[in-house]
Design a protein around this ligand. Structure first.
Ligand SMILES: Cc1ncc(COP(=O)(O)O)c(C=O)c1O
Length: 360
């Protein structure tokens, strides 16, 4: 029996509608095959760029559809660091892959504290006041990876004001915002700010299928030429067939019904995990209670070493990701874990949480 994975930040196999995606791919090829099967522009499949541009209220040349959101992050970091060399501010904790990319490139990364309502803006202000060159702030304000936390609307407004006051470029990474189970939507930083300091990115990995590898970036006017240059010199154009497939999904109005189905499947998993944690975890353990997304953050009692626990848990048949993986140089998170509820069935989630609790 495969281990119960609370490590995989991927949608459950049931979320992937193979028949629908196959049908959309066929329709896209029949409709626009010669374009799709040729080289395109660096920015991606034009009809998809146009739809996304309309959703975000910008011109289509500001939308870059990339081979997954992470590829676009590589572009953004390269372009922004060349334009404005300096340290990169991130949430502590934050998505581990950008940390690895920035570490590989020798960039100084400074984690800013968070609380239950997301980024601590007083801590951010103190860092901005410290002086020295800052390249950009990377933030995942909605259903954050790894914590599941969401930045409140008031804080969003203040953050946008601070960006203007300190001339701070922001990369707003939002692959989970549409995967909401409870509560009301919050405005994006991008819409609050107007999109000249804030670059917005999202992805179809969490709403349709990660294997399609479609992310997109809405960049300020000033970054358009540099982004285009990165894209063209990296892959000439990204793979157009998956992009045209997603365009077809949106165009035939199947995106939202598919998203509703995915949300239903994942909400049941989130609820199963919260119920199991409340029933099983010993006193001294606490966790976040996200209204959407794929993850929650678990703080064990201070004397628990999450790395040692992970070794024992893996032997017992349940996995998670250590909290320290989400901080630069593993500088914090020693007694914490990220649990993904997105991948396993509710039954296996209940079983996995009980197994994990039995090891504490
Ligand atoms: C916060 C965040 N950003 C970006 C991505 C990248 O997704 P993809 O490269 O699949 O589009 C992920 C995937 O886990 C993520 O959690």
């Amino acid at each position: 029996m495969a281990a119960i994975s609370f490590a995989r930040g991927a949608p459950a196999p049931e979320c992937l509608d193979q028949a629908l995606i196959a049908d959309c791919a066929r329709a896209a090829l029949e409709r626009d095959g010669t374009t799709i099967l040729s080289y395109g522009t660096g920015g991606g499949y034009e009809p998809l760029r146009e739809v996304l541009a309309e959703q975000h209220g910008v011109a289509a040349n500001r939308v870059f559809v990339t081979t997954g959101g992470l590829q676009g992050f590589v572009f953004y970091a390269a372009v922004q660091l060349a334009l404005r060399p300096g340290r990169v501010l991130v949430e502590g904790p934050t998505y581990d892959r950008p940390l690895k990319i920035l570490a590989r490139d020798g960039v100084e990364v400074v984690p800013i504290a968070m609380d239950d309502e997301g980024l601590d803006l007083d801590a951010l202000e103190a860092e901005l006041e410290r002086g020295g060159d800052i390249s950009f702030l990377y933030t995942i304000p909605t259903f954050q990876n790894p914590s599941g936390r969401t930045l409140g609307t008031e804080r969003r407004r203040r953050l946008v004001e601070m960006a203007a006051q300190y001339d701070l470029p922001i990369l707003e990474d939002d692959p989970y915002g549409r995967v909401r189970y409870d509560g009301d939507p919050v405005p994006s930083l991008h819409e609050l700010e107007g999109g000249q300091r804030v670059t917005f990115t999202s992805s179809f990995s969490k709403t349709v299928a990660p294997g399609l590898r479609i992310g997109y970036f809405v960049v300020p006017d000033g970054l358009v030429a540099a982004y285009d240059d990165r894209a063209v010199s990296t892959y000439i154009s990204p793979s157009l067939l998956p992009q045209a497939t997603v365009f077809e999904l949106i165009d035939r109005e199947a995106f939202v019904p598919n998203l509703d189905r995915v949300r239903g499947l994942l909400k049941a998993r989130k609820d199963a995990m919260l119920v199991a944690l409340a029933a099983e975890m010993p006193a001294g353990t606490s966790w976040s209670s996200p209204e959407g997304g794929y993850f929650l953050w678990l703080d064990f009692a201070d004397d628990v070493d999450a790395a040692a626990l992970l070794t024992r848990a893996t032997d017992a048949g349940v996995t998670f990701v250590r909290g320290s993986d989400f901080f630069p140089n593993a500088s914090a998170g020693r007694s914490s874990a990220r649990l993904a509820f997105s991948y396993e069935t509710p039954e296996r989630i209940t079983e996995g949480v009980a197994l994990l609790a039995s090891l504490l």
